[in-house]
Design a protein around this ligand. Structure first.
Ligand SMILES: [Zn+2]
Length: 601
């Protein structure tokens, strides 16, 4: 299941973990930690580091918390480096260690702080606390565990997320000249870049919610992962204290002007010998290039990122124009020096718009199919998820996003600019989804309560298992109506959460995903596919009473007419990537063929 509830949280502390009875003081709500701004080079050149405020939790040395466990192994397998103890009195009193590129314990602190801040943002956007369970599926140990983070695990200019392993970051010596802002031969650490840490963690987040999303089923599937990870990383810039205000001041509120604010991983890109940052949230040319021109996943994903940010900058401009006008300024970029008070107001508008776009992006995941996600699926998902809550397109964001996509050749999978219509006909044929246990889990998460039944608290695990059983029963009864085989249908996951709708009422959204694998065709075409599974399936989006609003399906490759086309497309894709790379087929060969290996994953 993608969403088991977290273990019960301990009562706020009277006894701390070192076993000492406290004096009854209230627990702190936040922890403050010093970090570099963007990356060490940016901090040095701008003369600033920042303090991140993250939710309080007790930490063991590492730091090891409930969702993040830093384990500092070296590439040769030695280690781990002793973990920093952020609960030490001396560090608590001075916001952690001071930023220092040469102190591995500071690296551990920074990677923890950046990740804790990101998880808070993603939880707020999703309306639910994320737990890591799919990333650990199939491994030994407890089913729900913190994500392992290894800040020095690689000796190359790279970083990656691997299911069952966690996040690994690399270090390398800079090759750029002095004009890059770096010193020749200087160490560059990926774990000290906000962008790289956020990008990799966003991969893990998307995988946790869509555990079959990393299969190389087509050009879009992995490119979508890359685009999503970049979108999340750039939107986190808005949360960094002072960075946004600096960009507003420099650009006269035209925050889209080129610079670190709209770029990704400046130090890393230049240190690896590029002329600029690794990627950016803008198009390279005035007239955007169609996404089909790009096969390399990061470059293809960057087109989706650029489309989203074009719509974002539109929403932002709409929001700040009245403010600028009142101050006698014609528009963004027309007056380079804004008064300090206005900078604060503009920053607030920008943060509101960024939070809205992140929320829309994260909510859209619920509306994505379980497998073979395309850019067109994402456009539909963004539009539908938002329309369900806000029937009116208040600031025209949906319209401008669809238009920004169209200009780049990205078309909604439904073919409708207004997104998929709620599927009344199919919904009438299907039984209502079982939702009782899911709503209990979501309520319990939301309120931090134990939901009790007949006076006895039921554990999150019991509720979870009971819901899974109910969903499997539902699948058996409804599979044929969904065009799936009752004997072969599998539960992929599901979740429930509450969102505020246009009228300010909490609205429950319950989702369930079922998949079906064509093992016979996998055996028949095994040599050509190189291990890529042939899976189709369906995502159902329902309401609190189980009524189904949306059915988002992907054909099972090799089954039926649409499935036949899907199989042909996947085989063709596998052949092409194998030809291009000359290496074995499957994920490894595909990555060799398409990935720009100088880029980060
Ligand atoms: Zn990536």
């Amino acid at each position: 299941m993608s969403d088991p509830a977290p273990p019960d949280a301990p009562a706020p502390g009277r006894i701390n973990r070192r076993g000492r009875a406290g004096a009854g003081y209230p627990s702190p709500a936040r922890r403050r930690l010093r970090v570099f701004s963007l990356d060490p080079t940016h901090s040095r050149l701008s003369g600033s580091s920042v303090v991140l405020s993250v939710p309080w939790e007790e930490l063991r040395p590492g730091p090891r918390g409930s969702r993040i466990a830093v384990a500092d192994w070296y590439p040769d397998g030695s280690g781990p480096e002793p973990g920093v103890d952020l609960d030490d009195r001396d560090l608590l009193a001075q916001d952690g260690l001071a930023p220092d590129e040469s102190d591995p314990q500071f690296h551990q602190q920074m990677v923890y702080a950046v990740l804790a801040s990101l998880l808070e943002t993603l939880d707020q956007a999703r309306g639910r606390r994320l737990v890591w369970s799919n990333v650990w599926r199939g491994t030994e140990g407890p089913p729900v565990r913190p994500l392992t983070v290894m800040p020095h695990a690689l000796s190359i200019a790279n970083a990656h997320f691997s299911p069952g392993v966690g996040l690994s970051f690399g270090s390398f010596r800079a090759t750029g000249d002095l004009s890059s802002g770096l010193f020749p031969n200087q160490w560059v650490h990926a774990c000290l870049s906000h962008d790289i840490v956020n990008h990799e963690a966003a991969h893990a987040f998307l995988y946790e919610l869509r555990p079959q999303s990393l299969e190389p089923t087509g050009l879009d599937s992995i490119a979508f992962h890359e685009g999503f990870a970049d979108i999340v990383a750039v939107l986190q810039h808005f949360r960094l204290p002072g960075l946004l205000e600096g960009q507003i001041l420099r650009s006269g509120a035209a925050i889209w002007q080129p610079g670190p604010f709209v770029e990704l991983a400046g130090e890393f890109g230049r240190g690896a010998g590029r002329t600029g940052a690794l990627r950016k949230a803008l198009d390279d040319t005035d007239e955007p290039t169609p996404f089909t021109e790009f096969e390399e996943p990061h470059a293809r994903g960057a087109v989706l990122t650029a489309a989203l940010f074009e719509a974002f900058f539109g929403a932002y401009t709409t929001g700040i124009t009245p403010l600028l006008r009142v101050a006698g300024i014609r528009g963004a970029g027309s007056n380079p020096t804004l008064p300090q008070e206005l900078v604060g107001q503009v920053a607030e508008q920008a943060r509101l718009a960024a939070a809205m776009v992140l929320t829309m992006t994260v909510r859209a995941i619920d509306y994505l199919p379980p497998v073979d996600i395309t850019f067109g699926d994402f456009v539909d998902a963004v539009v539908c998820a938002d329309t369900d809550l806000f029937p009116e397109d208040r600031i025209g964001f949906r319209r401008s996003f669809v238009e920004a996509c169209r200009r780049r050749g990205i078309v909604p999978a439904s073919g409708r600019p207004a997104g998929r219509r709620p599927d009344e006909t199919v919904a009438r044929q299907l039984d209502p989804l079982p939702t009782r246990q899911a709503l209990m889990i979501a309520t319990r998460d939301l309120a931090g309560w134990s939901v009790s039944r007949s006076g006895r608290a039921r554990s999150a695990g019991q509720l979870e298992r009971s819901w899974q059983n109910a969903l499997r029963g539902w699948a058996g009864r409804n599979a044929e109506r969904l065009g799936l085989d009752p004997e072969a249908i599998e539960l992929d996951g599901g979740a429930a959460g509450f969102r505020m709708n246009q009228d300010g009422f909490p609205t429950a959204v319950v989702t369930a995903r079922f998949t079906q694998r064509n093992r016979k065709a996998e055996a028949d075409f095994g040599d050509r596919l190189g291990g890529v599974p042939l899976v189709g399936g369906v995502t159902l989006v329902g309401e609190a009473d189980g009524r189904i609003r949306h059915v988002v399906s992907k054909p099972v490759p090799g089954v039926g007419v649409a499935g036949g086309d899907a199989l042909e497309r996947m085989l063709d894709f596998a052949d092409r990537s194998a030809e291009a790379s000359g290496v074995p087929r499957g994920l490894a060969g595909w990555m060799h063929a398409l990935y720009d290996l100088a880029g980060m994953h």
